[in-house]
Design a protein around this ligand. Structure first.
Ligand SMILES: Nc1ncnc2c1ncn2[C@@H]1O[C@H](COP(=O)(O)OP(=O)(O)OP(=O)(O)O)[C@@H](O)[C@H]1O
Ligand SMILES: [Mg+2]
Length: 458
């Protein structure tokens, strides 16, 4: 086996349908540019979402819900992802699709509950007594196993820590050595050890080592100031779901364990309602004491018409809770039956009592010009070049069919062009793939025409 010939694929950039979307494309006053951040047109929906982003950032939106409604391919999913990008990495954003709730192993409401808790962040500020510094030495000391038998056991670990002000040598218990190994600490790393719990956290590599040849991207940090032994404010961003998991399986997430573990009994393996209630209680206490700050994020439920009445009832209740994120729904359905009911027909397949508390944002069909610009952006993202008349043809076809259909023609057309020895996609390529593939509307028409042929003769 030749390992040298195997290429890793991790570095290659994957192009997904929404790669070109980088944000909502709004100016300082919240007005949408006709084209910016990969977005073209759909300006009022983008501006409305800009206001929502501001509300979320100023924490005025918790427990509210929003619905993006519009025809297929009008950019609802793209807008939701742009909202996520505008919010940044500190605000949790949890995307899911309505159909995800249907599983044979987990209850529907359990899936919803888990995603709800993924969308609620908690910023915990704690002042901790720590030993912090650059590791100058790391030497485990072994002794003969006192119980006899073969092998040696660890008696203690000696670690040297250096700061700008001085150095200190610490003798550590073997149990701490395990966490040192888990964090893969080596000489030259900057770490801190919590004095009370012995939890070890690797901050990064000391920048004295910044010139060394490194294959992996490393975070270089300056040599810590002050003494080795000091009080340090530690900020952690976690979601409620992280806390649930950490407490259900005590071996993971040491940092979180250090605060929650004291209150909750370990050795739980399943996230139960009771556990969640206990966690909520502790979280609320921390919020009251000012140790933690609630960061309501976004739960995005795409294709919301796929949820059933049981889920909607649950959502109604969950939105009322004090620990609730902002929920954004998206659907391309108009009037339709609410799933799980026999005869209830409601707008967007959502029961009216839930619909009542939702703000609705419409996405409108695109104009020829918009489609033209979007196709151009997509071609550029996929690294393809199009001739002018090919682009015009796609834009016209997009008005008749759908934006998504014409975007999807790009890749097959580029393959055709390459087969014919060209880099540039021409009108002929586009026409040929347009003949080979069907859009949804014409495919349905064909089936309707030939319906008679598919029936069994009796
Ligand atoms: N205004 C826009 N600017 C740039 N790209 C867009 C815009 N609107 C949609 N797109 C792109 O067009 C494609 C289809 O859009 P999207 O998937 O967001 O539609 P949708 O409204 O979610 O449709 P559906 O109802 O079928 O789920 C995606 O690749 C999306 O990134
Ligand atoms: Mg969508």
């Amino acid at each position: 086996m030749k390992i040298s010939e195997v290429k890793s694929t991790t570095r290659e950039q994957r192009i997904t349908p929404h790669t070109h979307i980088k944000g909502l494309g709004l100016n300082e006053e919240g007005k949408a540019f006709q084209a910016a951040d990969g977005f073209v047109g759909q300006t009022s929906a983008r501006e409305a979402c800009g206001i929502i982003v501001d509300m979320i950032k100023s924490k005025k939106m918790a427990g509210r819900a929003l619905l993006l409604a519009g025809a297929p391919g009008t950019g609802k999913t793209a807008i939701a992802l742009a909202i996520a990008q505008e919010l940044g990495s500190k605000v949790p954003f949890c995307p899911m699709v309505g159909s995800e709730v249907y599983s044979s192993e987990v209850k529907k409401t359990e899936v919803l509950m888990e995603n709800f808790r993924r969308a609620i962040g908690l910023r915990i500020k704690e002042t901790k007594e720590v030993y912090e510094g650059e590791v100058t030495e790391l030497s485990p000391e072994e002794i003969e196993n006192p119980l006899g038998g073969y092998g040696k056991t660890l008696s203690q670990v000696i670690i040297g820590l250096k700061t700008v002000k001085g150095t200190k040598q610490l003798k550590l218990d073997p149990s701490i050595y395990e966490s040192i190994q888990k964090e893969r600490v080596t000489v030259g790393d900057v770490i801190y050890i919590e004095a009370n719990t012995g939890a070890v956290k690797r901050v990064g590599r000391s920048d004295a080592y910044a010139t060394e040849f490194d294959l992996e991207a490393e975070e270089y940090v300056p040599l810590p100031k002050g003494e080795v032994h000091k009080k340090k404010e530690v900020v952690q961003d976690v979601t409620l779901n992280d806390l649930d998991i950490a407490n259900a399986r005590p071996q993971g997430g040491q940092d979180i364990m250090s605060m929650m573990g004291q209150l909750l009994k370990p050795k739980k393996t399943e996230i139960t309602d009771k556990l969640r209630k206990e966690i909520n209680k502790v979280v609320n206490k921390y919020i009251d004491q000012g140790i933690a700050e609630l960061v309501p994020g976004v739960l995005f439920i795409d294709e919301v018409h796929l949820l059933d009445i049981e889920c909607f009832t649950y959502l109604n209740k969950a939105l009322e809770s004090t620990l609730s994120p902002i929920v954004i729904f998206a659907t391309n359905r108009g009037m339709c039956q609410v799933r799980g009911t026999e005869d209830i027909v409601a707008p967007h397949g959502i029961p009216v009592d839930l619909l009542d508390r939702i703000l609705i944002i419409r996405t409108l069909p695109y104009t020829l010009e918009d489609i033209r610009s979007i196709v151009q952006i997509r071609a550029k993202t996929e690294g393809l070049t199009l001739s002018e008349d090919a682009l015009n043809h796609l834009a016209e076809s997009g008005v008749r069919t759908s934006l998504r259909y014409v975007i999807q023609l790009l890749t097959p057309a580029s393959i055709l062009a390459r087969i014919n020895g060209r880099e540039n996609i021409t009108l002929e390529d586009i026409k040929e793939v347009d003949d080979l593939f069907y859009d949804a509307k014409s495919s349905a028409k064909v089936l309707a025409e030939y319906q008679g042929l598919y029936k069994f003769k009796q």
